[in-house]
Ligand binder design. Structure first.
Ligand SMILES: *Cc1c(COP(=O)(O)O)cnc(C)c1O
Length: 473
């Protein structure tokens, strides 16, 4: 493509994006595509000859957009909302343009050092001690996988050299019953197995019961298991509950276990001084994951693993073949040494743009607003005769369900709430997802999109109330 054409189409694409971002509400937030709709709209083979950009851009509107679920839509309240903030998008465009592979310091010193600089800024912003150093991965699932690989390395069994089977050890790790499925997947991937992950019961507010943890560890030791790691969660996926990290850190200290804190969602809130408490005890963790692509307005993907023993993480993964040897010594970081992947994108650039554009205060203001809006919504639920709240609201996610006074059968309530969620989502103005709490189908309203205002939260409340009237006839 000539520079002239690049400029022309580049301007068109930027215009398209600016237009899209200023009116995401013109689309239904949840895609209304049927399965295979996109596949049927496109040829089954790649074109033999190149096509025009005009044709591709036309298909963007015709084929791609209808099949998008619009995470940029201010009515997106499902899962954990993310934000493609404008400075983040511009940073992403530039990193696509540079297209560096940041595997070694010398394959792009700026990418490596900007990663160190931005993660040092974030470390200070969330109040972790300065022994923690960071590394960027794509997702929290991979951050946690790498952390648990480091924990396995720290167990001193030489699993890396011999393989787990040859060591004969029965390794066991612990997490609450509300832990994210990525921890189960780490156990599967690392050869710990699902049997090697023991789920600890939680209390009435969905927080890990630390006494049950302690008992489980003793019991396991007596039965020939080798405990090696505990994963505590700050902001669990269903309810955003916070495990008692200080008590868990005490146990890990006494028992010599690696403590990994999954703060993928909850860690971002610690940027707000009055929310710092959510990371209480995490200063004693061995590793902690936080996802700027969830809470800090950075486009997907960007997850950060902080580790206070980077040498252990490195020991788990570093392997340098001749063709990757460089003359730089220990003064530089080669990020390929800290995970299974060699090639790495230049993700720090978009994060740097976001932090500089909003500033720490700008980020704090937006996070505070989201927390305030969630509390207001929780207040509406609490005052309503037709709805009830099902969990505390420490962050900006509200767990609730419709519960009209005339209904008491749990199965009927589940059916009602499932129908209500489908009804509201089908209308396309807001999108909510669900979970199960104590066997009850629970609706979740997760506020996290940078474009969501009080109006949109009010709209969600109206849609729910009107939807309830419609489905109850
Ligand atoms: C979202 C989330 C994850 C997984 O995040 P990915 O980046 O999508 O892998 C893990 N743990 C918690 C607590 C989460 O909220």
């Amino acid at each position: 493509m000539s520079a002239e054409d690049f400029r022309r189409y580049g301007h068109q694409v930027v215009e398209w994006i600016a237009d899209y971002l200023s009116h995401p509400e013109r689309y239904p937030v949840l895609s209304q595509n049927k399965p295979d709709q996109l596949k049927e709209a496109l040829p089954s083979k790649a074109p033999e000859r190149g096509e025009t950009m005009e044709a591709m851009l036309a298909d963007l509107d015709r084929v791609i957009v209808p099949g998008m679920t619009h995470w940029n839509h201010p009515g997106f309240f499902a899962y954990f909302a993310t934000s493609g903030s404008a400075p983040g998008i511009l940073g992403e465009m530039l990193s696509a343009a540079f297209n560096v592979n940041a595997m070694l310091w010398r394959t792009s010193p700026s990418a490596t050092e900007l990663e160190e600089v931005t993660l040092e800024w974030l470390r200070q912003m969330i109040g972790l001690p300065d022994e923690f150093k960071g590394v960027i991965y794509d997702t929290a699932s991979i951050s946690t996988l790498c952390a648990i690989a480091a924990a396995r390395e720290a167990a001193g069994l030489q699993v890396r050299e011999q393989g787990l089977g040859a060591t004969g050890a029965k390794l066991r790790m612990y997490a609450s019953e509300h832990v994210h499925s990525s921890v189960d997947k780490s156990a599967i991937t690392l050869g710990i197995g699902q049997a090697g992950l023991r789920k600890i019961p939680s209390d009435g507010e969905y927080r890990m019961d630390s006494r049950a943890l302690e008992q489980a560890i003793q019991e396991d030791r007596a039965n020939g298991w080798q405990p090696f790691c505990v994963v505590a969660t700050t902001g669990t996926t269903s309810t955003t509950s916070i495990d008692p990290v200080p008590a868990i850190a005490d146990i890990c200290g006494r028992e010599g276990l690696w403590l990994h804190v999954d703060a993928a969602y909850g860690g971002s809130a610690a940027v707000v001084p009055e929310m710092r408490w959510v990371l209480e005890g995490s200063d004693r963790a061995d590793s902690l994951v936080v996802n700027p692509h969830k809470g800090l307005f950075v486009p997907v993907d960007l997850s950060v693993l902080y580790c206070r023993k980077m040498n252990v993480l490195r020991g788990a993964f570093s392997l340098v073949p001749e063709y990757l040897r460089t003359g730089e010594g220990e003064e530089v970081k080669n990020f390929m040494d800290y995970g299974p992947q060699l090639g790495r994108r230049f993700r720090a650039l978009k994060f740097w743009f976001v932090m500089r554009y909003f500033g720490v205060e700008g980020l704090q203001d937006r996070l505070r607003l989201q927390i305030a809006l969630a509390r207001e919504f929780a207040g509406c639920v609490d005052q309503s005769d037709d709805f009830e709240r099902l969990a505390p609201v420490p962050f900006s996610v509200v767990c609730f369900r419709a519960h009209p006074k005339s209904l008491s059968d749990e199965a009927d309530l589940d059916t009602l709430n499932e129908r209500l969620m489908d009804e509201v989502n089908r209308r396309g103005r807001v999108y909510l997802s669900h979970t199960k709490l104590a066997g009850k189908l629970t609706l979740r309203l997760a506020i996290g999109n940078i474009r969501t205002t009080r109006e949109h939260v009010k709209l969600a409340w109206d849609e729910l109330n009107e939807g309830l009237v419609r489905i109850r006839g």
